[in-house]
Write a protein that binds this ligand. Structure first.
Ligand SMILES: *[C@@H]1O[C@H](CO)[C@@H](O)[C@H](O)[C@H]1NC(C)=O
Length: 462
């Protein structure tokens, strides 16, 4: 009797456990080999992960939340995850090159997610990319509503036309960055006057700009240039995104929390130039400010003191610093003109020397961060190999044989540095640090002419 009861109870528990598992599993599907065949009818948001990767583990709870929310809002997007090390051939077919890689798969297209790994950002991305490429705005109210929600708004005005076809084509690629709308002329606010129809407009910075094929070049690059506000609060991600535009980025590096006159003045000088000189500079320049100098210093491997102004060339990683303090917007305009004329000396860049400098710099900062977070561990980790090396050297020297030591030494140091990279970042446990590193590395890859990195959209042929 007792045995029976126990049996029944364990059966009950098993059912409950199975139920809980099923509920959990249904938010995020664990994908395997069969995914390639089964995915066709659905839109999928997939996290390609590796079991050993720290950032993947950090993403996992976020991913479960994403799955849960997508289901609760009734999204047609299915959320899955795939161990890219177990199914490496599928993963590489989808172009997975690092972990974690987040992709939205829609028909033959695969869209890469490159934003911050937070629930809201990921869901926003999935909804945007999974939804219609062009969203119609049927009424003035709709237009006003959308204008309030989006700081940068692209709208096509007019009926069927070659321009519209082009717009759809470009939008289906750039939907990873921004929304695209279409409307009829009546829907637009009164203050808008169109030189001709059909037209593509961008609403931003409290005004609007009309695309002009002759002046602005092809639609795709115009949208790429215009998809940012004229003045930005620049962080690592923004800078990375701006890399796709090839623009020069002029930023005030300040301490945003300090309301000292000097900091606010620099910021407003840049704001003023961005606004008043838009016609002159907006094709080649992006303006903004950056809070704190830590990120920029690690990117440039320099030691900029805040507040300051720096202009970065996102196409080749070079940067420019003013020779004299920027006191007013005239100074700033002069500085920009000197850069354009080539009379300001460029620093940094993506040459071989800079790369070597980068490796040394990264190794140094890793060692530094390990020592800062736990000096004992640092002593142990670096002391031990050094001790071993010196004993080896001593042994080699006293044995009176030369040769091998010279080669072995840098190798050992390098491997030590590399192994530590992971521990170092994990030890400090800071999201920003991860972003910084990622962005800096990726920025370099971008500049090295690796076009692959630049193509955010990969056409997949199965
Ligand atoms: C920025 O880099 C690109 C690519 O190397 C180069 O063609 C351009 O002249 C640079 N701009 C400035 C102002 O140095």
């Amino acid at each position: 009797m007792v045995a029976r009861k126990r049996e029944r109870r364990s059966l009950l528990w098993a059912t409950v456990a199975a139920f809980i598992l099923a509920v959990n599993a249904s938010f995020v599907e664990d994908l395997d080999d069969s995914f390639k065949e089964n995915r066709k009818d659905d839109i999928w948001l997939v996290d390609f992960y590796a079991p050993w990767c720290g950032h993947c583990k950090k993403l996992e709870p976020v991913w479960n939340e994403v799955g849960k929310e997508m289901q609760s809002i009734g999204s047609p997007v299915k959320v899955g995850k795939m161990d890219a090390t177990s199914y490496s051939s599928i993963a590489s077919e989808f172009g997975v090159r690092g972990y974690p890689t987040i992709k939205l798969l829609k028909g033959d297209l695969a869209y890469n997610y490159r934003g911050a790994r937070t629930k809201d950002d990921i869901i926003e991305f999935a909804n945007r990319v999974a939804g219609p490429v062009i969203r119609p705005l049927p009424s003035q109210q709709m237009f006003e509503h959308v204008q309030k929600r989006h700081r940068v708004l692209f709208v096509y005005i007019g009926g069927e036309s070659p321009l519209k076809e082009k717009y759809i084509e470009v939008a289906s690629e750039l939907i990873v960055y921004t929304y695209f709308f279409s409307a009829s002329e009546e829907v637009l606010p009164e203050y808008v006057t169109l030189p001709e129809m059909p037209a593509v407009l961008v609403f931003k910075d409290g005004t609007y700009f009309v695309y002009d094929e002759y002046e602005d070049g092809d639609l795709s690059s115009w949208i790429n240039r215009e998809r940012f506000q004229g003045y930005l609060n620049v962080d690592g991600f923004t800078l990375y995104e701006l890399g796709d535009t090839g623009k020069l980025v002029a930023i005030a590096v300040i301490d945003d929390k300090k309301f000292s006159a000097e900091h606010t003045r620099l910021k407003s000088i840049i704001q003023e130039v961005a606004k008043d000189y838009r016609d002159h500079f907006h094709r080649n320049f992006q303006f903004g400010h950056m809070d704190g100098n830590e990120y920029i210093n690690s990117l440039l491997m320099d030691d900029l003191k805040i507040p300051t102004v720096v202009v970065l060339n996102t196409s080749n990683q070079q940067y420019f610093l003013p020779n004299k303090p920027i006191e007013n917007s005239e100074d700033m305009v002069q500085f920009i003109n000197e850069i354009l004329e080539g009379t300001v000396e460029a620093q940094g860049g993506d040459g071989i020397l800079q790369r070597i400098k980068r490796i040394i710099y990264d190794a140094k900062s890793t060692v530094g961060s390990v020592f800062k977070s736990s000096p004992l561990l640092g002593c142990f980790l670096f002391g031990l190999p050094l001790g071993v090396i010196s004993i080896m050297c001593y042994g080699i020297c006293t044995a009176d044989t030369e040769g091998g030591a010279g080669e072995a030494e840098p190798l050992t140091e390098e491997t030590a540095g590399r192994e530590l990279t992971d521990e170092g970042t994990e030890g400090t446990d800071e999201g920003t640090e991860e972003e910084q590193e990622g962005t800096a590395e990726e920025a370099i890859e971008l500049a090295s002419g690796e076009q692959e990195q630049k193509t955010i959209l990969e056409k997949k042929k199965d």
